[in-house]
Design a protein around this ligand. Structure first.
Ligand code: 13P
Ligand code: SF4
Length: 439
């Protein structure tokens, strides 16, 4: 039987989440039921079971072809063994990277597990490996391709593993926005030599947007370095256009002392993003109308309940959560910040966590000396991270062994060059700076 998040016996109970229900009955089935190919069972909209299942998939999103039956019908133990054997035979020819949100059965085979900033760095730490198998989502694999050598292949085990938030900003809408901003602000620098606007894109965006940012004097950020990146941007620009995640942008800028009235929301469907010219003149950070459907689920009421049930609880959330949630938490930071907060806590600590359920459940299992639970009582994973199943991992590794590279992610040269500029700017700014906030 497949190990699923709706099966407590398989995932192990987490203190506060043991009695929770699952957000989707679809989590009991293999993701290939959604990936059978064009014209088959792939739904017209929605990313599949999990928190972002109701977000619409853009028309051009990559589709995964059918997975051979020898993988879909294999038992969990069989797949585990096939992955182990294939990895052992491939040895140094392959490196497997896994994001913290991947299911345990995938994490078990990763050579490196981390947050998106760490994984970007890990992608170029092994230039000797001929293939990087990226167990994460599409934008992470694109970034790995940008940072690895041209000889290396980056492989995404399931092409349908996108990111609903990244898909909320597309190049055409950002170009249109930029044109309107140039009309409002002009292109002249001020007395301090700062340009009117610096574009900043969250790592959770397509390579095309990273390329746009690189071409327009901008930079990439992750949730572990967003404040340091905004400092960099404000040294060079009077304002920042931040996309696609409004919440990370708002939470970071607010912590830097920027007033909410100076952070208008840019709705790409409205002229001037739904703002007046005066509002735009006063703006310091223009926030794109994007969000993560996983982190949108966390609420201030959940935090109040956690505090009522556990008076000594430490509430730690990801900065993709809405601002009132981040404000009500004790601390906020990237997935690695959350992991480190738990590692550093004295035995017997209690944590309520506001991030993706796979990570929360793994931490609860790894640190039985603490009480660790998810703020959201409904067990609901990221529906796109969920698409990476051991069946796909076994398939890409056994294909490599057979001399075939499947599901290679390649960023076109004309996009890759400026996108690398934006990523290198981030890598030169970021190390260790301002990784999270304590309240
Ligand atoms: P991290 O950079 O914290 O790993 O976040 C990535 C992500 O997609 C969170 O939703
Ligand atoms: Fe994207 Fe949210 Fe999933 Fe992260 S958790 S990959 S932001 S949909």
């Amino acid at each position: 039987m497949l190990k699923t998040l709706s099966d407590d016996s398989a995932t192990g109970p987490t203190s506060g989440a043991a009695a929770a229900s699952s957000c989707s009955p679809g989590l009991t089935s293999g993701p290939w039921l959604l990936d059978a190919g064009p014209g088959d069972t792939l739904p017209a909209s929605g990313y599949g079971p999990g928190a972002s299942q109701d977000d619409p998939i853009p028309g051009g999103a990559p589709r995964q072809g059918a997975l051979p039956a020898s993988y879909t019908e294999a038992s969990e133990a069989d797949l585990h063994e096939r992955i182990r054997v294939a990895k052992a035979e491939l040895a140094d020819r392959v490196v497997v990277l896994g994001h913290f949100y991947q299911r345990d059965e995938v994490v078990a085979h990763a050579d490196f597990v981390g947050d998106s900033f760490q994984l970007a760095k890990a992608a170029r730490a092994r230039p000797d490996a001929e293939a990087i198998v990226f167990c994460g989502v599409h934008f992470m694999a694109e970034t790995a391709d940008l940072l690895s050598t041209p000889e290396q292949s980056v492989i995404l085990p399931n092409l349908a593993a996108g990111c609903s938030m990244a898909d909320m900003a597309d190049l055409d809408s950002v170009l249109e926005c930029w044109e309107q901003l140039e009309e409002v602000y002009g292109t002249e620098t001020d007395d301090a030599g700062r340009v009117p606007v610096i574009p900043v894109t969250y790592m959770n965006s397509s390579a095309a947007l990273k390329g746009f940012v690189g071409e327009h004097g901008g930079i990439v950020c992750t949730s572990s370095n967003a404040a340091a990146v905004l400092d960099w941007a404000f040294e060079r620009g009077q304002r920042v256009l931040f996309f696609p995640d409004q919440h990370l942008g708002r939470n970071t800028a607010k912590a830097m002392g920027i007033g909410l009235e100076q952070m208008p929301l840019w709705n790409p469907r409205k002229p001037l993003g739904g703002n007046s010219e005066e509002e735009l003149q006063d703006a310091r950070v223009l926030l794109w109308h994007g969000f993560c459907s996983v982190h949108k689920r966390f609420t201030v009421d959940q935090i109040a309940k956690a505090r009522a049930d556990h008076p000594d609880v430490h509430v730690v959330v990801h900065p993709e959560c809405p601002m009132p949630v981040v404000d009500a938490a004790d601390s906020a930071g990237s997935t690695d910040f959350i992991v480190k907060a738990i590692e550093a806590a004295p035995p017997g600590s209690t944590f309520a966590i506001g991030t993706e359920i796979n990570l929360v459940q793994r931490l609860a299992a790894q640190y039985p000396q603490h009480t660790i639970f998810c703020l959201d009582p409904v067990i609901c994973p990221c529906s796109t991270m969920y698409r990476i199943h051991p069946g796909y991992l076994a398939w890409v590794l056994e294909s490599l062994l057979a001399g075939e590279v499947v599901n290679r992610i390649t960023v076109a040269d004309e996009v890759a060059e400026p996108a690398r500029v934006a990523l290198e700017r981030m890598l030169s700014v970021a190390p260790g700076a301002r990784t999270g906030t304590e309240r």
